[in-house]
Write a protein that binds this ligand. Structure first.
Ligand SMILES: Cc1ncc(COP(=O)(O)O)c(C=O)c1O
Length: 382
């Protein structure tokens, strides 16, 4: 059966070169980087080289890169410590953040004296920068702003440089969940005045279960996990050296190939939008995903003009035809709850219709787009 993987915002196919790098490290560098003998020193030196290489992509110092088990842990580390160790008493965020941020902040609000304000969004889910400034102007408390760079469900891309400027003007700390943008956009944190960002290797053709936090030097952040002194005391636990080496390789390849892969993936998304509009003209696009200025080039989220009764059939039908895509966000597959992002921006009537997220990578082709659009058309017109 034909197989099409259009769920690259959920996770990506691992690159061959990354697998090769990880097997080399698994075979030859099995020492514990905290051991003082030669096996440990070798693993430690490999680990520190990876840190240096990763830091260089963001123009930051290697001491500012802390390896974690992924994006969720890195978000938890930063948000919890901001409140518990840095004296942050107010967080300004949005209602369409990833659950790793949304739920962590809700939990902090429920268990501490934290105040939480949600920035206004326009009707397609874009941050209202004027409202952010208004919220910050009035702030008397130590404030952290937490706004994601690229939304994993609808693809909206926030103007991170602008948000950082606003935060700097009002002396607020800034955390951004950059899980969907690391490896896809050049990010120079020596230019953007941002305090904390996070990344996850499996979103850029690396392994699952590994990521990192960028934590600005001397920030005062402290470890969430108690134990050893690994990661300069910021993340206890033996580092997954092979996975970190795989992540370093994946990030290197993403940035090395960006000049070719960005326009290629953009052309796949453009082709998808053109073809789907041609075949199903009544289709709608959720958020800013059809606006290339304000959205990422790898995500399209469509609203299909069919009844809610047929909605559940659709994902099943696509799966039967070998097509992998996502209803709302794959991070919630298995969950019976609807998408909190779409709930914020869609009317009740549109919420009851099926919305599907298609997300692309450099492994996809226009032929695959043709196949998927044909299947969608057949379903909608049947
Ligand atoms: C925006 C965003 N933040 C955080 C995460 C969580 O990352 P991880 O899977 O590495 O925990 C994801 C992954 O789904 C994501 O898309």
């Amino acid at each position: 059966m034909k197989k099409v993987y259009f769920d690259n915002a959920a996770t990506t196919q691992i690159r061959e070169e990354v697998i090769l790098r990880m097997s080399e490290v698994l075979k030859s560098d099995y020492g514990n980087p905290s051991s003082s003998h030669s096996f440990g020193r070798s693993a430690k030196s490999l680990l520190e080289n990876c840190r240096k290489e990763i830091a260089a992509h963001f123009n930051v110092s290697s001491a500012e890169i802390i390896f974690t088990s992924g994006g969720t842990e890195a978000d938890n580390l930063i948000l919890n410590s901001c409140v518990k160790d840095l004296g942050v008493t107010r967080i300004i965020t949005s209602r369409i953040e990833h659950h790793a941020v949304l739920y962590t902040i809700q939990n902090l609000k429920a268990t501490t004296n934290l105040m939480v304000d949600y920035v206004k969004l326009d009707d397609r889910g874009m941050v209202d920068y004027n409202h952010l400034e208004t919220l910050l102007k009035d702030s008397k408390s130590k404030t952290l702003v937490s706004l994601m760079h690229v939304n994993n469900e609808i693809g909206n891309k926030v103007n991170l440089a602008l948000v950082a400027e606003i935060c700097k003007k009002y002396n607020a700390l800034l955390h951004s969940d950059t899980v969907q943008s690391v490896g896809y956009y050049p990010l120079d944190f020596s230019e953007i005045p941002i305090d904390f960002t996070v990344a996850s290797a499996h979103k850029f053709h690396g392994p699952k279960g590994v990521g990192f936090a960028f934590i600005r030097k001397n920030s005062g952040i402290r470890s969430l996990i108690r134990g050893g002194e690994q990661e300069r005391g910021l993340r206890a636990g033996t580092e997954a050296v092979y996975a970190i080496a795989g992540m370093a390789k994946a990030i290197e390849m993403s940035y090395d190939n960006l000049k070719e892969e960005n326009p290629y993936i953009t052309s796949i998304k453009e082709y998808f939008i053109d073809r789907v509009l041609q075949e199903i003209p009544t289709i709608k696009f959720n958020g800013y995903c059809s606006d290339f200025e304000n959205s990422t080039y790898k995500i399209v989220n469509i609203l299909l003009p069919i009844s809610s009764e047929r909605a559940t059939m659709l994902l099943f039908q696509l799966d039967l035809k070998g097509i992998a895509c996502s209803k709302g966000s794959a991070c919630q597959s298995g969950s019976t709850k609807g998408s909190h992002v779409l709930t914020e921006i869609l009317s009740d009537e549109n919420l009851s219709k099926p919305s599907m997220r298609f997300s692309f990578s450099s492994y996809n082709t226009k032929e695959e787009v043709d196949y998927v659009v044909d299947v969608l058309k057949e379903f909608v017109s049947s």
